[in-house]
Design a protein around this ligand. Structure first.
Ligand code: GLY
Length: 568
């Protein structure tokens, strides 16, 4: 063979291989089907970033990490490198790692002790004192190094590009910006105190759909992380800028506290209920246990997967009232307080409660438990992934409220969380939202606040992934994930499940929340049983992928304008 023929053959082979490499496809709408692998995030650029990793032969962990870093750039008010999160991983048959079933807790930790807010009078929602030690960068890179297959540069590349070239403001961003602009206008001094949010992310109140927001400073931060790993964030120039930003806005975090942040790998909370195994996040997530308790309370009455009748809604609300009361009373960081997880999920505890569900009228809150109400939240973002080997990742991340503490790390284009408000900041007193939580959830240095994030993977009895789901929306994360998940298991139709009206009850306030345009008269069976019904715009934003035979059905909640992506 001549050299020329050999080169021609090589070129032909390279062209053929390039041709064979799957091309990621981003859906044009909120739901789609894919034959090989899928990613559902609440922004199409994040879904696409994940799908690019899958197209390069990466697994679900690579895809989730790429999607999450990209969300940092394109959903800066929900999550990002200044926040934290939870990742549940189920890789039944990964070519590199074999069988993996694990969970990564990269929730932020407290720099402060239990009396900090009472002693200082500082705010746990706005400014430097609201900021907990961020965990996202450490958690994502730990997951990538331990269970991923691609290198940092590859996985961070779409995020760097998204930050550099920007994203187009969509209706969800615009409505958040409109609400927040009103808050800034009511407190004009905040415009000087939080210039990154006001000048850059809100464009001084002039934002509208269609504008492009670029973020070269965040691209620089992401590039440093790609080049040097987590130490670039926790010890390098980014760390210095974080500490300064917190100090200048009324808080205090030491370089040591930041440098010593560690994610926590833990066993997921796993329970088999009526033909399905639920793999979800243990405390300090309250989501997994609250969903499981609700399912276990329902299951003596109905098959939760099959039930769709009005009676089911009353039973669901009653079960939620019990499990949310337990959430408030018992749950916190298990590294600091003992959580009676086994008792909470045991039949002998739940059977007598389950017997009381079918009441002619609902009860007042003290019937379900004593103590407290629950926090609200409007940040947070979720990514669901299923890869070509049937591996799955459910990843939920947050900076807590819209743009977290509003504290910007201006030099690097990101904002810091206000996760301290997920703690009980002052015992027996309401937080900024008029809500109270249990003293088990008081801050302590290194402790993680209680969370509602509910990343969940559902397996069939043979251990195959059937479904991956999770949501944003504060305590409504739990109820929205549960309802969409159950409807999907029943119908195998995530597009239907995600648009079906949802309800929410969190024990206190003692009301069932429904989604507009539904009205209380749409729920006569609940009114008849004495439930107060209130309407709100939406209940959670769910991202879900379900396996139906050889097809992956993905849906990104239209409430947040997301679109899935995947491989055919
Ligand atoms: N920051 C909201 C939550 O973790 O529940």
């Amino acid at each position: 063979m001549t050299t020329r023929t050999f080169v021609t053959l090589l070129l032909t082979l390279a062209l053929l291989l390039a041709h064979c490499a799957p091309t990621p496809r981003t859906s044009t709408t909120y739901h789609d089907t894919f034959s090989t692998a899928a990613v559902a995030a609440d922004h199409h650029l994040a879904s696409n970033a994940g799908a690019q990793m899958l197209a390069q032969g990466g697994n679900a962990v690579d895809a989730a990490v790429a999607a999450s870093f990209t969300l940092s750039a394109v959903r800066p008010y929900s999550c990002g490198i200044g926040g934290g999160g939870f990742m549940v991983i189920a890789l039944p048959n990964d070519p590199t790692h074999g069988h993996v079933l694990t969970a990564i807790n990269h929730r932020e930790t407290s720099p402060y002790g239990p009396t900090y807010y009472a002693d200082s009078g500082n705010s746990s929602t706005i400014g430097g004192a609201a900021v907990a030690i961020p965990g996202t960068v450490a958690g994502l890179l730990y997951a990538l190094e331990t269970y991923g297959t691609l290198d940092r540069a590859t996985v961070l590349q779409p995020a760097i590009e998204a930050a550099r070239t920007g994203f187009v403001v969509d209706p969800h961003y615009e409505s958040m910006a409109h609400r927040l602009t009103q808050r800034f206008n009511q407190n004009p001094e905040a415009k000087q105190r939080f210039p990154l949010v006001w000048n850059h992310f809100l464009k001084q109140g002039t934002l509208s759909v269609g504008q492009t927001i670029t973020n070269e400073p965040q691209a620089r931060a992401l590039q440093l992380i790609a080049d040097h790993g987590a130490s670039a964030f926790y010890e390098g120039p980014i760390a210095k800028a974080i500490i300064e930003a917190i100090d200048q806005t009324g808080g205090h975090m030491t370089p040591d506290q930041l440098a010593h942040y560690q994610p926590d790998e833990t066993e997921p909370l796993t329970h088999t209920i009526v033909r399905r195994t639920y793999i979800t996040m243990p405390p300090p997530s309250s989501g997994g246990i609250t969903m499981l308790q609700t399912l276990l309370l329902l299951s003596p009455h109905i098959d939760p997967i099959q039930a769709t009748t009005p009676e089911h809604e009353h039973l669901l609300v009653e079960a939620l009232k019990h499990s949310f009361a337990d959430r408030a009373r018992l749950l916190a960081d298990p590294n600091f307080v003992e959580i009676p997880l086994d008792t909470m999920l045991h039949e002998t505890t739940l059977a007598p409660i389950a017997e009381t569900l079918d009441t002619p009228t609902t009860h007042t809150p003290d019937f379900y438990g004593t103590n407290t109400q629950l926090p609200d939240d409007s940040g947070t973002s979720h990514v669901s992934v299923i890869d070509q080997w049937g591996g799955a990742v459910a990843l939920t991340e947050t900076i807590n409220l819209e743009f977290g503490s509003l504290v910007g790390v201006d030099e690097f284009g990101f904002v810091l969380n206000n996760e301290m408000d997920d703690f009980t900041t002052i015992p027996n007193e309401p937080n900024a939202f008029g809500l109270i939580q249990s003293n088990r959830n008081l801050p302590e240095p290194g402790k993680r606040p209680l969370s509602s994030m509910s990343p969940t993977i559902v397996l069939d009895l043979d251990g195959h992934v059937k479904l991956v789901a999770g949501a944003s929306g504060g305590p409504r994360i739990i109820t929205s994930t549960l309802q969409v998940l159950l409807t999907t298991l029943r119908t195998n139709d995530p597009a239907l499940a995600i648009t079906r009206p949802r309800l929410h009850h969190q024990w206190q306030p003692n009301a069932v929340f429904i989604e507009s345009p539904q009205t209380p008269s749409d729920y006569p069976h609940l009114l008849k049983r004495g439930h107060e019904i209130r309407t709100r715009t939406d209940i959670g934003n769910v991202q879900i992928i379900a396996v139906d035979g050889n097809t992956l059905k993905a849906a990104s909640d239209p409430n947040k304008n997301g679109r899935p992506a995947g491989l055919d």
